[in-house]
Ligand binder design. Sequence first.
Ligand SMILES: [Zn+2]
Length: 120
Amino acid sequence: MRRRDEIKDLALQRISRLLELASKVYKVEPGLADRYGELALAIARKAQIKYPDFLKARVCRRCGAFLVPGKSVRVRVKNRGKMKYISVTCLKCGYTRRYPLNRRKVPPRPWYVFYRRRIN
Ligand SMILES: [Zn+2]
């Protein structure tokens, strides 16, 4: 049991480190940032942990692209009848995810990451 927690811990540390690096290199080398994104996904899979929110918000789960709103990802607030949701489209592979907005207007998971601290 202990061992598994350690692996999980290590994986999370490495994932957040990779995302840090990715946001640093994105401006000069977007291709490298995408590679870091892929690696972060691979680490999560290998350690058999759920993708943490901070990973889901920053990396496309289909192609591993590093997501920067307005650059590599299109973020829109949309209405469908009474339902409001945030639509997030990866501009590299076209994968779209929708995050419903609830009535209390709490930012949906995993997008609250962007409300807590501004990245880019
Ligand atoms: Zn993608």
